[in-house]
Design a protein around this ligand. Structure first.
Ligand SMILES: *[C@@H]1O[C@H](CO)[C@@H](O)[C@H](O)[C@H]1NC(C)=O
Ligand SMILES: [Ca+2]
Ligand SMILES: [Ca+2]
Length: 218
């Protein structure tokens, strides 16, 4: 019953978007998703824990000014990030779920799932700002967080993941993906993975630490 209500709300939100409503008022705690382009073939959909490669532009809903453009950063390379673990704002973690490679979406994110009542000065986000993102997803790589991956990564089968093991795993995944990547980004992803997971700071990610997010579904 509760779920049904949710879907109905989403459907209504989509309808009002499509009818070309100019004034954008997002419900306070929901992300509105409009699929702008859906590729004909889709063999894989993004899920929590996947490593995504995407471009996204961010606009303020209030005046449609652009505050972020991944195309002008990092020499125009699409961004890599792990979905659903807080590497991006919560609204984007939600908005990019179940997306196909090649899919484009326009999403509206309420402040509660973005920068909240304080905003974010460095990116010039005012308080209580509703944000609009135009997203294009390029690639989905099975991320280091997927549950199936743990034993794949754990080469020496000691039930914990060393830095080298994760490093190697990421390299293999990126190679398979076939896209040229900045080594610095690889390093950043690696550092980030340890910062977020190695709770006791012993330099290894234990099975327990690895599973921290398993029960924290969005
Ligand atoms: C932002 O919203 C909060 C609660 O919704 C409100 O208390 C606060 O005054 C707002 N801030 C601004 C600058 O509008
Ligand atoms: Ca190991
Ligand atoms: Ca640890």
């Amino acid at each position: 019953m509760h779920l049904g209500g949710c879907f109905l709300l989403q459907a209504l939100a989509l309808l009002s978007l499509q009818s070309g409503a100019q004034k954008v008022e997002a419900p306070s705690d929901q992300v509105q998703v409009e699929v702008v382009h859906l590729p004909e073939e889709c063999h894989q959909k993004s899920k929590k824990g996947d490593l995504l490669n995407a471009h996204y532009d961010g606009y303020l809903a209030s005046d449609h000014s652009k505050f972020y453009c991944s195309r002008t950063q990092n020499d125009g390379h699409p961004k890599w990030f792990v979905l659903g673990v807080g590497q991006v704002i919560k609204g984007l973690d939600i908005a990019m779920l179940n997306m196909c490679p090649g899919e484009k979406r326009k999403v509206i994110i309420p402040p509660s799932l973005a920068y909240g009542k304080h905003g974010y000065d460095a990116a010039k986000i005012p308080p209580n700002a509703t944000l609009i993102f135009e997203i294009e997803l390029y690639a989905i790589t099975k991320g280091p967080r997927s549950v199936e991956a743990f034993s794949d990564i754990d080469m020496d089968k000691d039930k914990q993941l060393s830095r080298d093991e994760i490093d190697l795993y990421l390299k293999k995944e990126f190679e398979r993906d076939g896209k040229k990547r900045d080594p610095l980004h690889h390093e950043n992803v690696l550092v980030d993975i340890f910062k977020k997971n190695d709770r006791d700071g012993d330099g290894f990610i234990s099975a327990k630490e690895y599973n921290v997010y398993q029960h924290d579904e969005l």
